[in-house]
Design a binder for this molecule. Structure first.
Ligand code: MN
Length: 418
C-alpha cells in the first residue's frame, strides 16, 4: 500500500498522521459550530453533519451525523462502515469532482477543540502484555510468582468504569485514597504518592453480541483503535488489589486519543501475536494476524520544562490481540455493546527503555529516571504533562493517531476534612 493522494495538499506529506489512507473519526467543536462528527484529512477536518445535510454523504434513511458521537454510525454495521470509507475516499481523492462542494465544509484542525468521539458504553481493561505482567508481577510478588498460572491461557482483565473515560487534553487530578506504606502497620487516607501512566491501545467494539463469539467474529466486530492512558495510583493499587484486582486505583481517569483510527486503515499493518508458550484453547486460538505494527512512544514534560521521551515500544509486543480479548469477554454469555472500550493492557517491550509505565521504568521507585531537564522521576509529579503518540509506518505514508495527552493537577484538600 502506498500513499493515496488527496486534493487536500497537507494530507500528502509523507510524515503527516492523517493522509487519505487514514481518515480517522472524531468529534470537534469550533467557536462557530457546536460539537459534531468530523473526519481528519491532513490539517483539516471534514464537517460530517454539514456533509450529510448537503447530500454529499448519504448512508441511511435517517441522519447519522446530527449527533456529536459516532455511535449511530457504528450501529449501522460493517457494510455501512465500508460504504462511508469508500465515499470519503472518493470525494477527498485527487481529482474528485465533488471538490468544489466539499471544500467549504472543511475546517482547520487548529481552530477545533476535540471531544470524546463516542459515548463509551462500558470499559474493560486487560493485562495482556507479557513484559509488563512479568515486570509488575516480579515487583509485587517476586520473580518466582511473576506470571500467575492462568496468564498464558487467558487474557486477564477487570471491568473498569466508562464514566471515567476522558478525551486527550483533559487534565487529571491526583486522587486521594486508602494506602498502606510497607513500614506502617495500618493504612492511611492520603493523596496518591505513586501516580503513574499506562501506555495502552484501546479497541472500540462496533457490533453488539449476545453470547460467545469466535476470535474471527470478534475481529470483524472491532470498529477501530485509539491510544489509551490508563492512569494508575500504584500505592492505592498495591493495597487494594487482592483478591479481586484493581478498583479505585484505576477509577480516577482513563484518557483516550480523540481520533478513532479505523480497522480498515490499519489492515495493511497486521502482524502475528508472539509465539505461544502453551497452545491456546480452541476458542482463543489465533486465526490470522490480529495485532498491528504500531510504533508507540511516551513523553513527559515537567511544568515549564522540555519534554523527554521516556519510552518507545510497539503494539506488536502484546501477547493477546484485542480480538482475542473480545472473544474471551463474550465466553460467559456477557453481552457486548456497540461502543464498548477494551484497553489492551500496558504495552512494554523487552528493553528497559521500552517499558510503558513509570512503575516499570523506575522499577518501583528504586531506579528513578532522569529527564532532559535534569530532574528525576519515579512517579508523576504535579504539573507533569504526559503525551502518548503512535503511528503505523507505510510505504511513503503514515497512519497516525492523534496525541493522547494529560496534565497532572495537584490533589485537592482532604475531601473528608469538613
Ligand atoms: Mn491498564
Amino acid at each position: 500500500m502506498t500513499l493515496m493522494k488527496s486534493w487536500v495538499e497537507s494530507a500528502n506529506a509523507t510524515d503527516h498522521p492523517f493522509p487519505l489512507n487514514n481518515l480517522p473519526y472524531g468529534v470537534y467543536s469550533t467557536t462557530d459550530a457546536e460539537a459534531r462528527c468530523g473526519v481528519a484529512i491532513g490539517d483539516m477536518i471534514l464537517d460530517m453533519q454539514a456533509a450529510e445535510e448537503e447530500g454529499l454523504i448519504v448512508l441511511a434513511e435517517d441522519p447519522l451525523f446530527d449527533v456529536p458521537y459516532w455511535n449511530d454510525l457504528m450501529e449501522q454495521g460493517p457494510a455501512v462502515w465500508a460504504a462511508l470509507r469508500a465515499r470519503l475516499i472518493a470525494i477527498l481523492q485527487e481529482g474528485a469532482e465533488e471538490r468544489a462542494a466539499v471544500e467549504p465544509l472543511l475546517v482547520s484542525m487548529a481552530d477545533a477543540e476535540m471531544h470524546l468521539p463516542i459515548v463509551v458504553s462500558e470499559y474493560t481493561d486487560f493485562y495482556a502484555g507479557r513484559h509488563h505482567a512479568t515486570n509488575v508481577g516480579t515487583m509485587f510478588r517476586g520473580a518466582e510468582n511473576a506470571l500467575p498460572p492462568n496468564w498464558l491461557h487467558i487474557p486477564i482483565g477487570y471491568n473498569g468504569r466508562a464514566s471515567s473515560v476522558i478525551v486527550s487534553g483533559t487534565p487529571v487530578r491526583r486522587p486521594w485514597g486508602q494506602l498502606k506504606s510497607p513500614d506502617h502497620d495500618l493504612p492511611a487516607f492520603l493523596p496518591c504518592r505513586r501516580f503513574d501512566l499506562e501506555l495502552e491501545m484501546g479497541a472500540i467494539v462496533g457490533m453488539a453480541s449476545e453470547g460467545p463469539i469466535t476470535v474471527q467474529e470478534a475481529d470483524d466486530a472491532i470498529f477501530g483503535y485509539v491510544l489509551l492512558n490508563d492512569w494508575s495510583a500504584r500505592d492505592i493499587q498495591a493495597w487494594e488489589y487482592q483478591p479481586l484486582g484493581p478498583f479505585q486505583a484505576k477509577a480516577t481517569a482513563t484518557s483516550i486519543s480523540p481520533w478513532i483510527v479505523t480497522r480498515a486503515a490499519l489492515d495493511p499493518f497486521r502482524c502475528d501475536t508472539p509465539e505461544r508458550e502453551f497452545e491456546l484453547l480452541d476458542h482463543l486460538k489465533d486465526c490470522g494476524p490480529m495485532l498491528f505494527d504500531i510504533d508507540l512512544s511516551v513523553d513527559l514534560a515537567p511544568e515549564g520544562g522540555p519534554a523527554t521521551i521516556i519510552a518507545r515500544t510497539n503494539y506488536r509486543e502484546m501477547y493477546y490481540s484485542s480480538a482475542q480479548q473480545l472473544a474471551h469477554h463474550s465466553t460467559s454469555g456477557c453481552p457486548m455493546n456497540v461502543a464498548d472500550l477494551l484497553g489492551s493492557g500496558t504495552i512494554s517491550g523487552a528493553e528497559k527503555d521500552s517499558r510503558g509505565s513509570l512503575l516499570e521504568l523506575s522499577w518501583g521507585g528504586k531506579e528513578p529516571i532522569t529527564l532532559d531537564s535534569g530532574q528525576q522521576r519515579s512517579f508523576l509529579e504535579d504539573g507533569d504533562t504526559l503525551t502518548l503518540r503512535g503511528h503505523a509506518q507505510g510505504d511513503g505514508y503514515r497512519i497516525g493517531f492523534g496525541d493522547c495527552t494529560g496534565t497532572i493537577l495537584p490533589a485537592l484538600e482532604n475531601p473528608y476534612a469538613r
